[in-house]
Design a protein around this ligand. Structure first.
Ligand code: PMP
Length: 469
């Protein structure tokens, strides 16, 4: 058994596990690299250590200095552990979309946490990236780790993750599958494996279906920490320098439901509790292995632990609320669901009446008059929506009577903006909710509810259809 003088010395050296149940019957064996067994609980410990050592070497980080980073949590944990052990103050800027448990754990390790939105255009001064950059400029001795563009991030994987996989598989690895966040993992590991195998190893990116890395439209998705999201107001789409697209041979684009359900299966069937991005990576690896033969060997990287997501992917209630889970709550639960009601009326599912936030009140009123109940959600404008409206893009609602009254009363003009009369967000129900739960969500006087399917607003369901008085 190893004895370490510091936790920092224990970073890396994680085991590989055969996915014997999930991988049963596939062409090639699949092995998972359990990065959640790192001392800070994720693959990012490797990048954190590498970036801190490089900054010290380059004179960017000196005694008494402060480490600052925008982080979904895991890089912050790694930087906090390494930073505190080496005597630095650490400030982590966390996205307001990130799981709450992640901030709690950062504070537990001794970081100061600053929260800021990422659901803003990159150019916006309050975007998380701009908030942390300001802090680094203002704090004397402040150093922004900047994992997105720091070469020491991918380099960590050239020096550790890649060589470990080559050694652990005795040079038999033929396919490497990983998600792409900053791109450090796939770029560094992939580049090493290609170099050492003289180009024989194939590198596959596991990407959320809507992410723009793999060819999606960049609209919101539900797997944290991987993929590339593009706010509709962002002028220039910058990809991180830590990501080198030429290292990636191809992408498997995984719908959110497949990612989340695969993470749940990974825990139940293999005893490996990974986070949602592990679900995406394993789903991709299973697809790849299905096409291969017994002479191939697939390795998939599990970036972090599912313990940080117990209230999301591992909560049946959360999964049902967002329309990712439809199976009955128990074996004797035979109550019809919202899906039953919608499927009874052809063409309802996937056809959501919605008012774009940049529409005029006059156009909006014409649209609302066509909608039963006269109420519809107002959504962020986007040119095309191949995946439908993400629930996180819904700004509020607009009701025909309110618009008509404002126009006739002269309080608004037909060419005025709909945002002037924006009403509260409609209640939401998961498509797998039983009707009684949907009625409860409507309350005493709600006219309609937004039906969520795979985290997307897929339809409106009206009070009368749910049997509400
Ligand atoms: N999964 C999780 C949970 C992560 O925290 C990260 C890092 N953002 C990744 C995947 C992606 O890793 P990388 O940044 O090296 O691409």
């Amino acid at each position: 058994m190893a004895v370490h003088e510091s936790v920092v010395d224990a970073i890396g050296g994680t085991p590989l596990f055969r996915l014997s149940r999930l991988g049963a019957g596939l062409g090639a064996p699949v092995y998972a690299k359990a990065e959640f067994l790192n001392i800070g609980g994720s693959v990012k410990d490797r990048a954190a250590l590498s970036m801190v050592l490089a900054a010290e070497r380059d004179g960017l980080l000196r005694p008494g200095g402060t480490i600052i980073e925008a982080t979904s949590g895991n890089t912050g944990i790694g930087l906090t552990i390494v930073g505190r052990q080496r005597g630095y103050r650490v400030i982590a800027g966390v996205s307001d979309r990130s799981a709450a448990e992640k901030s709690d754990i950062l504070r537990a390790y001794g970081a100061e946490v600053v929260t800021a939105p990422t659901a803003l255009p990159r150019e916006h001064p309050e975007h998380l990236f701009n908030v942390v950059r300001r802090l680094a400029d203002e704090i004397p001795g402040g150093w922004l780790a900047n994992q997105y563009d720091n070469p020491a991030n991918p380099d960590a994987h050239v020096r550790t993750t890649g060589p470990e996989l080559w050694e652990q598989t005795g040079g038999r690895i033929t396919h490497f599958v990983a998600g792409v966040g900053t791109g450090g993992t796939i770029t560094g590991t992939g580049a090493f494996l290609k170099q050492v195998s003289a180009g024989a190893v194939t590198v596959i990116g596991a990407d959320p279906e809507a992410s723009s890395y793999g060819g999606g439209d960049g609209s919101p998705y539900f797997v944290e920490s991987i993929g590339h999201f593009l706010h509709p107001g962002t002028a220039e789409d910058l990809w991180p320098e830590s990501y080198r697209p030429d290292v990636v041979d191809g992408f498997e684009r995984i719908p959110d439901r497949e990612s989340l359900l695969t993470a749940r299966r990974l825990a139940r069937e293999e005893g490996l509790l990974g986070g949602p991005s592990s679900g995406t990576a394993v789903a991709a690896a299973l697809r790849v292995a299905r096409r291969l033969g017994p002479e191939d060997l697939v390795v998939v990287l599990l970036p972090d632990s599912g313990r940080s997501y117990l209230s999301k992917v591992f909560s049946d209630d959360w999964m049902r609320q967002w329309g990712f889970l439809e199976e009955p709550r128990s074996a004797d639960d035979t109550e019809p669901t919202v899906r039953t009601v919608l499927e009874a009326a052809p063409g309802r599912l996937g056809r959501l009446p919605a008012v774009p936030a940049d529409a005029s009140l006059g156009d909006a009123l014409a649209l609302l008059r066509e909608v039963p109940g006269g109420v519809a959600p107002v959504v962020l404008p986007r040119r095309e929506r191949p995946f439908g409206v993400s629930a996180t893009e819904v700004l509020g609602s607009l009701a025909a009577p309110a618009v008509a009254a404002a126009l006739t009363g002269g309080r608004a003009a037909p060419d005025g903006p709909v945002t002037a009369l924006l009403g509260p967000a409609l209640p939401t129900v998961g498509i797998g909710h039983p009707l009684s739960a949907a009625r409860e969500a409507l309350g005493a006087d709600g006219e309609a509810a937004l039906v969520l399917l795979d985290g997307r607003a897929a339809a409106l369901v009206h009070r009368t259809e749910l049997g509400a008085p």
